[in-house]
Design a protein around this ligand. Sequence first.
Ligand SMILES: O=C(O)CCC(=O)C(=O)O
Length: 271
Amino acid sequence: MFGQHTLDAELGSTFKKQGWVVLDNLFCEEALNALDRTSLQFWEQGDIRLKKESPGWGQRPANELPEGVQASGLFREDKRVILRRLFGSSVDNLKKGLEPQYTYSFPTIGAQGLGLHIDGDVGGGVVTVMEGLIGVLLHDVSDADQGAFHLIPESHRKNLEFLRKHRRMPLVEAFRAIDQLYPDTSQVTTFTGRRGQAIVCHPLLNHGAGANLGTSVRRMAFVRVNARMLNESNNPTPKKDSFTALELLRQDSYYRSRANAPFRIALGCLR
Ligand SMILES: O=C(O)CCC(=O)C(=O)O
C-alpha cells in the first residue's frame, strides 16, 4: 500500500521522480458511489469488452459520466487543487467521449490480467497521448493477487529517454517497443488500498493489471486528464504510423504554458 500525499512541496517532486502519487478521497462521495454503481451494472449485464490476449481482464469505456454527476462534481475541491498543480487547468476540462473507463480484473482459467504498457496505441491506429491517468478503487483491494493495478516505478523516465533516442521511430512502433522494455515483472509495484483511494500516473508510466488469483472481480474506474488526440492539434489527418517520437517531443511545446506542472518538468528533465 502506498502512502497518502497531501498538498506540499513533496508531492510534485514525488510525482516527478516516481511517476505516480496516491490520493485519498480524491473523488466526491456521490461521484464515487455513482461510478461504483455503474461499474457494477456493466459487470452484471456482462456489458464489458474482454481483451483476447489478456485472459481475466476486461473494460468498458463510457461516453459520459454517470447520471447526475457533473465534471465539476467529480473531484473534491480540495483535491482538485492538487490535480491542478500536477496537470494544470486541463483538470477542469475532462474530455467528453472518452471517460470514464471501467476496468475489471477477474479470476478465470489462465488469468493473466493486463500486460504492462503505456497508453496511446488505441484501436484503429489513432495515436493519443494521455496527460494523466487517474484510477480509483471502487472497493477495498487488500491483496496484490486480487488483480491489482500494476506499475513500474520510474519507468516514465526510462520511456522518455527511449523516445528521445528513437526520435524518428513511428510513434505506434515506439510505444510497442516501450511495452517490451520490461520483460519480467520483478520491478512491478502493485496498487492495493481502500475504496476511494486513487492513483494518479504520469502518461509515460508503464502500468497494467495483475492476474486475479482471488475469488471475486476487482473493479476500478479511470479518467484521463485532458486526453488529447495528436490529430487534434497541428496534424489534422495522421495516417497510422505517421507520427514519430520526434513529433511527440515537438508537440511537447504544447505544454509550455503549464511550465510549473511537474508533468511538464518531468518531460523536460532529460533535456
Ligand atoms: O485495470 C487496470 O488495473 C489497468 C487498466 C489499464 O492499464 C488501462 O486501461 O490502460
